[in-house]
Write a protein that binds this ligand. Structure first.
Ligand SMILES: Cc1cc2nc3c(=O)[nH]c(=O)nc-3n(C[C@H](O)[C@H](O)[C@H](O)COP(=O)(O)OP(=O)(O)OC[C@H]3O[C@@H](n4cnc5c(N)ncnc54)[C@H](O)[C@@H]3O)c2cc1C
Length: 447
């Protein structure tokens, strides 16, 4: 383990500031404040509290944890955006985990240190570690087709949810003033690329928001002006066939167009498909593909085709010592299926608990337990009181699935206060109109 002499103190003049550990205990640095990173840090801190002298540091670019399964609800105003965010500091403070709001820029595996900095600071911090946990997640792969990076909206972070909701309402305001029916339809054409969970959930939520709610407030807009298109080779490709078929039927019944031709290019005019057709639109939302954090992508280590790091059943990254990865950063083989676990919050949270146990054994010398987890199932909300659910073979559709989705995900929220806030949002919506005001922060206005 590291001694104080090994901690590198370099003057800030070099724009790199060494960040010494505040204790001589071994330092475990966990990167990423999502499902995997936060759960690992807290579980490990709980295991070590009062027993093992370890120094746990969590580094993430934002000081909150985002509950992504409710992002579509936040993007369409069904829940208040702030209610799906949870501050990391109080969670960490309670268990003595050090937190740094910094963006990790590079990792030097040989010297066991990383370079990170707060976005406002010109000075880079150099953080030494004894054990490193990589949980930096992934984002929609906007590099898949030309123009997506510049012209498509993404759907992953909290900013995306705020942007999408404002964008949709702004387009309705513009469409209400448009005389040309073609221009109006272009303003009101919403295209979601990627028919996996996130894309399917989002298009269903957009249908509810646009045709079900906003339309009531814009009497000059005919219903026929609103066009919703979901682009993807197959709907919910990883889901049981009958549930995917039910989902497809529901979406079609609600007038959502399904486009199976692949996307070729995104431009300011809309989405071009591979067969040359163009869907004119001001709103192309990209959810297709996943690409791991650039920091992970930059590590010269064995990876899968989609960039995830190959890890064994103890989360150890192949070709390293003392480096672990999990969640969307890791490709770990599911012993039940022989293929890597799907990148979901469900898997990331379970992996995190198991990794905390593995890390504890590093200090206790106890035997490590390999990670084995049978995926509990999946649920996809389709709004308008409908969802699909597959819980270890128990397949549900329609209202029962929707009710189950609401109950299970509400219980999965990290704190009691969070559960009450979301429950209140849902209850208010049962009796009152959804808020359709634009959150016109000056930044969004300028954009
Ligand atoms: C819209 C949507 C809906 C979803 N719905 C579900 C669902 O219903 N059920 C389910 O099981 N899964 C769902 N998922 C998938 C789930 O969100 C991910 O699998 C899960 O978040 C992975 O956890 P993670 O901790 O690996 O990564 P993340 O949760 O993405 O966390 C990564 C963290 O690292 C931080 N970070 C990234 N780069 C840096 C950097 N350079 N420096 C510092 N910090 C950095 C990020 O800010 C973030 O805090 C959904 C995903 C999306 C996008």
């Amino acid at each position: 383990m590291r001694t104080p002499q090994e901690i590198i103190y370099r003057p800030a003049a070099g724009r790199v500031l060494a960040r010494p550990s505040t204790s001589l205990a071994p330092r475990i640095v966990i990167l990423g404040g999502g499902f995997a990173g936060v759960t690992t840090a807290l579980e490990l801190a709980k295991r070590c509290a009062g027993v093992l002298p370890v120094h746990i540091t969590l580094v993430s670019e934002q000081n909150f944890f985002l509950f992504t399964p409710m992002l579509a609800e936040a993007a369409t105003g069904a829940v208040e955006t702030r209610h799906i965010l949870y501050p990391i500091r109080p969670l960490c403070g309670e268990w003595g985990v050090e937190f740094g709001e910094m963006t990790v820029e590079a990792i030097d595996l040989e010297r066991r240190r990383l370079i990170a900095r707060h976005r406002r600071s010109p000075i880079r911090q150099q953080v030494q570690y004894d054990l490193l946990v990589l949980a930096l997640g992934a984002t929609p792969n906007v590099a898949l087709v030309p123009g997506a990076m510049e012209h498509a909206l993404t759907f992953k972070g909290v900013g995306d949810a705020v942007r999408i909701r404002n964008h949709v309402i702004d387009l309705f305001e513009a469409a209400a003033l448009a005389d040309d029916p073609w221009a109006r339809q272009r303003l009101l054409t919403f295209v979601v690329v990627g028919a996996g969970h996130a894309g399917t959930e989002l298009i269903a939520a957009l249908e509810e928001l646009t045709r079900g709610i906003l339309l009531r407030h814009y009497p000059s807009i005919p219903k026929s002006s609103i066009r919703l298109v979901l682009v993807g080779k197959a709907i919910l490709p990883q889901t049981a066939t009958n549930l995917a078929a039910y989902t497809k039927e529901q979406l079609l019944r609600r007038g959502i167009e399904l486009e199976t031709t692949r996307a070729a290019e995104v431009s300011a005019d809309g989405l071009k498909l591979q067969d040359g057709r163009i869907i004119p639109s001001h709103s192309v939302i990209w959810t297709a593909g996943n690409r791991v954090s650039p920091v992970v992508a930059g590590l010269c280590l064995p990876k899968t085709k989609d960039g995830r790091l190959l890890v064994n059943e103890f989360f150890e990254v192949q070709g390293t010592h003392g480096v672990y990865a999990l969640g969307d950063n890791a490709a770990q083989t599911d012993p039940h299926t022989g293929v890597p676990y799907v990148a979901t919050a469900q898997v990331a949270s379970r992996q995190a608990r198991a990794l905390a146990a593995v890390l504890e054994t590093e200090f206790t010398g106890r035997e490590k337990k390999p990670f084995k987890f049978r995926v509990l199932g999946e649920m996809v909300p389709l709004c308008r009181h409908k969802a699909v659910a597959d819980l270890q073979g128990l397949k549900l559709t329609g209202f029962p699935a929707w009710f189950l989705w609401k109950t299970i995900y509400m219980l999965k929220l990290p704190t009691l206060a969070a559960r009450l806030r979301v429950l209140l949002d849902w209850t208010v919506e049962l009796f009152f109109e959804r808020d359709v005001s634009e959150l016109a922060a000056s930044e969004t206005r300028r954009r």
